[in-house]
Design a binder for this molecule. Structure first.
Ligand code: AMP
Ligand code: MG
Length: 286
């Protein structure tokens, strides 16, 4: 007992911030010295950089961007894992969360830039190239069935990356850590002497450990078109950004699940609480 207390007392808190995945990533960890901490930061940020190379929809040469409709292609373990989780949630939410919305997401981004809503014809054309039922995963291969399909894992990749970075730190014996990829947090063992990490969500202070927390629909992410506010999260029925800017915070065991569920519940509202139960996820209410 005395040894444990002395050991825990020797740990110091370290924090580092780097830009990755189009946002800021903050890692806080406890380590015995600066050299150990710096080794941890390098490995964890390196893992996130590697995942961005694989999963980015902005980088034209990422593994994800290079996927095309046609024969099944073998993909990396990370991409396969993210898509497998995404497809499970797509089925459980009836497509409210859908990583095949790439063409609709692109149309929405272009329309936003031009400050106008996409026409019905444009929206129909984009939605014709979407639909999770047309994405097949089998034995580490991916097959897209419709021409023009494009995947966008923006609603799940940050949570997955946060969880993976935390796992890297755990493997280096730095389990008392928190990785925040913007609003997607992966939380490890608590700081020494504490019951958990303090996290602000929906006007509450939560004390959490060994879990993931994701917030979607946050106020920073809205866009204005014709004086109206829209979200960057798309309603898969209309190919238009959601109009309500309700924040949704989900606590789950895995980062990818918390992230995808937060996006799905933004689309579905309270109806989305039901599928969340399958994943032992908790929705934070104000
Ligand atoms: P998040 O911030 O985690 O809610 O994810 C939002 C991002 O996910 C958007 O910027 C799009 O890249 C993508 N996205 C938008 N709408 C959806 C949707 N209905 N299902 C899955 N991904 C979406
Ligand atoms: Mg999300």
């Amino acid at each position: 007992m005395a040894l444990q207390v002395a050991g825990a007392g020797e740990l110091q808190r370290f924090e580092a911030v780097e830009p990755h995945m189009g946002t800021l990533v903050r890692i806080t960890l406890y380590a015995p010295d600066a050299a150990t901490a710096s080794h941890g930061f390098k490995a964890a940020f390196g893992r996130i950089r590697q995942l961005d190379e694989t999963l980015s929809d902005y980088k034209p040469d990422s593994e994800l961007s290079r996927l095309r409709a046609g024969p099944a292609v073998r993909v990396s373990a990370d991409l396969y894992r993210v898509l497998t989780a995404a497809q499970r949630i797509a089925k459980d939410t009836n497509g409210a969360f859908d990583v095949t919305l790439g063409p609709a997401v692109r149309l929405w981004r272009a329309a936003r830039r031009e400050g106008r809503l996409p026409s019905e014809q444009e929206r129909r054309a984009a939605l014709a190239k979407c639909g999770y039922q047309s994405l097949e995963l089998k034995k580490k291969t991916v097959r897209m069935l419709k021409a023009g399909m494009q995947l966008d894992v923006g609603g799940i990749a940050k949570g997955y990356a946060a969880g993976e970075a935390l796992a890297v730190l755990g493997a280096l014996h730095m389990r008392r850590a928190l990785v925040a990829v913007s609003g997607d947090l992966a939380i490890g063992a608590p700081p020494p002497g504490k019951r958990g990490w303090r996290v602000q969500a929906r006007q509450q202070t939560l004390e959490l450990r060994n879990c993931a927390v994701s917030t979607s629909g946050d106020r920073e992410q809205f866009v204005e078109v014709g004086g109206k506010r829209y979200s960057h999260i798309i309603d898969p029925k209309t190919a238009i950004g959601l109009e309500s800017s309700q924040e949704v915070t989900v606590i789950a065991r895995q980062g990818s699940i918390a992230d995808a569920l937060a996006t799905a519940i933004s689309v579905m509202g309270k109806e989305g609480w039901q599928p969340a139960r399958h994943y032992h996820a908790r929705i934070v209410t104000p």
